[in-house]
Design a protein around this ligand. Structure first.
Ligand code: ADP
Length: 266
């Protein structure tokens, strides 16, 4: 065995990444990926170098939200090791399980396969120097969460929820997991998504479709910072579908909202 091989074995994982942040949710469909993408873009707007790993095997939607679902990451060799060049969009370096499998395959994956795929995206991705590496996790509590904390030192977790009671119940489970001895990751804060809706023709009205302040109140009860409340906005959904995240226009109201979220996160 060569000295170089030994060096490679001992090389710490992601030595040049300053903060590794897990983005999690209790339930699916609450906007975890939408928040991950826009938070990543907003962090990049502040001048930080940002990476994003899409580890949501049950619905790897991030390439589509960045408009790069047709792209494939290229390979490169670094110090004799084959690595994967992340795809870059809106100032964010990104890798997704979705680049390597079709959506239909992803749905039938077993836990260990998914865990290995996440490890590969972390270890074989050429992330280089980053201020923030965001990891968009699958909803709930899973093997993937454990794999992540066993693979890299996670700085903290952000939890995304809607204000709805059924979503909040699962947030508590998620917070307990992050606070458990086996995971032990600080919860940096909670994002309340879909907090209200304001129709264009009634700009002064707020309709609390999923309930009012559910995330805010829960954050208080669990002693977790509330990082922000994001309303239901058609443009957020459209930006996701079209591959142009709203955060990419920092002069728009939603662009500013995500910049504020980024400022509260760092
Ligand atoms: P998750 O990652 O939690 O499964 P997604 O980010 O995929 O959720 O969001 C689910 C759906 O809701 C998507 O169609 C997305 O465009 C939409 N969505 C998320 N947040 C908002 C919001 N604040 N306003 C409008 N639509 C949203």
């Amino acid at each position: 065995i060569t000295a170089k091989a030994i060096h490679q074995m001992e090389r710490p994982i992601l030595p040049k990444v300053k903060n590794i942040i897990a983005v999690s949710s209790g339930k699916g469909g609450v906007g975890k990926s939408t928040v991950s993408v826009n938070l990543a873009v907003a962090l990049a707007k502040t001048g930080a170098s940002v990476g994003l790993i899409d580890a949501d095997i049950y619905g790897p939607s991030i390439p589509k939200m960045f408009g790069v679902e047709q792209e494939r990451p290229s390979g490169l060799v670094v110090d004799g090791k084959e690595m994967i060049h992340p795809v870059e969009a809106f100032g964010v370096k990104m890798l997704s399980i979705g680049f390597f499998v079709s959506q239909d395959d992803a749905l039938v994956w077993r836990g260990p396969m998914a865990s290995n795929a996440l490890k590969q995206l972390i270890k074989d991705g050429f992330w280089d120097e980053l201020d923030y590496l965001l990891i968009d996790l699958p909803p709930g509590t899973s093997d993937i969460h454990l794999t992540l904390v066993q693979t890299v030192p996670v700085t903290g977790a952000i939890i995304v929820t809607t204000p709805q009671d059924v979503a909040l119940a699962d947030v508590i489970k998620g917070v307990n997991m992050f606070r458990s001895k086996s995971v032990d990751v600080p919860v940096l804060g909670l994002v309340e998504n879909m907090a209200w809706f304001t129709p264009e023709e009634l700009p002064d009205n707020k309709y609390y479709i999923f309930g009012k302040d559910g995330g805010k109140d829960l954050a208080e009860a669990l002693n977790i910072p509330l990082l922000g409340q994001i309303p239901i906005v058609q443009g957020i959904r459209e930006g996701g579908d079209e591959g142009t995240p709203v955060a990419s226009d920092e002069t728009s109201p939603m662009g500013r909202a995500f910049l504020e979220l980024a400022a509260n996160t760092i």
